[in-house]
Design a protein around this ligand. Structure first.
Ligand SMILES: O=CC(=O)O
Length: 378
């Protein structure tokens, strides 16, 4: 009885679909699913048919290429990434070799959505002549060949300021942890050492510390505001002096280090900033100095930093990013004056929701010929 009703609904739907030219796919899909469960409800038959219909219509949308899985999409739920202007095309779901996959789909690929671990190289862009925009889920753009995008007239949009507050909170958290030995003393208590060895060595006060911000963009500024509220003195180094900022500016990062107790690395990774924090800068920071990095690992010469930590030439480090992630220099594991985290400073479920709105907003804007919401400009 139920099956008869289903068939009746199905036939009506298929007759209607015939006029729209999608009948064949509906029939195949519904037959397949109906066989598995002959007692399908009317609602689910209709839902199936409609989704088949939508699927066909979506096949005609321009494509946004995703090369590698993007974790935050899974976090928020794929259902929140639907648009009537474009559809996503996942290279990693295909069994074709990447090169072949891209050549097959290149005429319909108009945009790329990339995350922090997805290099968008000149070789990839060369295979995709129709691409007009690269939207990234990261603030940093070191994974994107920006000169090549510029040369090809491809627009680039990043995560703008959606992460600034969260990453600034995390930077302050790392600094407090290093100075006050939060993680280290937690380990001490958990291992039962409090009872056997007595009190744990005291940490150092945050208030009054001289903080050097390297890179005073959105994130650097959010870190500075927070640390000012803790009673710290702020100065900074940036590509250029910021005209409306009253914090002391140092043109040389070495000079900044020599005049600070703490360096917080908030700048982008570029050819100019790669290994900018080297032995010379760390020595200028000095034996009581602490470094916090929430930018990119390669801004610091990691080998030289590890050496300085081993030899006691700086006092400690709070590190969310590393040169060869997810590899972390093993020497750091044994140091209780170093706090480590796995490149998570920007992520909270709340920031993922803001990021979804921004990503979808940027793509919708591109496909509507409107200005991007967070276009990257040099
Ligand atoms: O590191 C994360 C980002 O750049 O967004």
């Amino acid at each position: 009885m139920q099956t008869d009703t289903n068939m009746c609904v199905l036939l009506k739907y298929i007759t209607w679909q015939n006029r729209h030219g999608f009948a064949e796919e509906c029939l195949v899909s519904i037959k397949r699913k109906g066989k598995k469960n002959p007692l399908l409800s009317r609602a689910s038959v209709l839902k199936m048919a409609v989704s088949t219909d939508c699927h066909k219509a979506q096949q005609d949308f321009p494509k946004v290429l995703i090369l590698k899985p993007i974790s935050f999409i899974a976090h928020v739920g794929e259902q929140h990434y639907a648009s009537n202007k474009f559809t996503f095309l996942k290279a990693y779901d295909s069994s074709l070799p990447l090169h072949q996959f891209l050549s097959t789909h290149s005429p319909s690929i108009k945009a790329i959505l990339a995350s922090v671990g997805t290099p968008i190289t000149a070789d990839i862009l060369q295979l995709l002549p129709e691409v007009g925009v690269v939207v990234t889920t990261s603030v940093g753009l070191n994974q994107v060949d920006l000169p090549e995008c510029r040369r090809r007239g491809i627009k680039v949009a990043n995560a703008g300021s959606v992460f600034s507050d969260d990453v600034a909170d995390f930077a302050v958290g790392l600094l407090i942890d290093v100075l006050r030995k939060v993680s280290a003393s937690d380990g001490y208590v958990r291992k039962g050492l409090w009872a056997t060895k007595g009190d744990y060595p005291l940490g150092s006060k945050l208030g009054g510390k001289r903080i050097g911000i390297v890179g005073l963009g959105n994130i650097g500024f959010a870190v500075a505001k927070r640390l000012e509220a803790f009673g710290c003195g702020i100065s900074y180094n940036s590509r250029k002096r910021k005209p409306h900022v009253s914090y002391p500016f140092y043109e040389s990062v070495c000079e900044l280090a020599a005049n600070c107790d703490v360096l917080v690395i908030c700048c982008e990774l570029t050819d100019q900033t790669r290994h900018m924090i080297n032995k010379e800068v760390l020595s200028a920071l000095g034996k009581q100095g602490v470094i916090v990095n929430i930018g990119r690992g390669a801004i610091i010469n990691e080998k030289e930093m590890v050496q300085c930590l081993v030899q006691g030439e700086i006092a400690g480090a709070g590190l969310d990013v590393f040169e060869n992630e997810p590899d972390v220099p093993v020497e750091l594991f044994a140091m209780d004056n170093v706090v480590l985290s796995p490149h998570v400073a920007v992520f909270t479920p709340e920031s993922f929701l803001d990021l979804r709105d921004l990503v979808m907003g940027n793509l919708e804007a591109f496909f509507s010929n409107k200005p991007l919401l967070s276009e990257y400009g040099d």
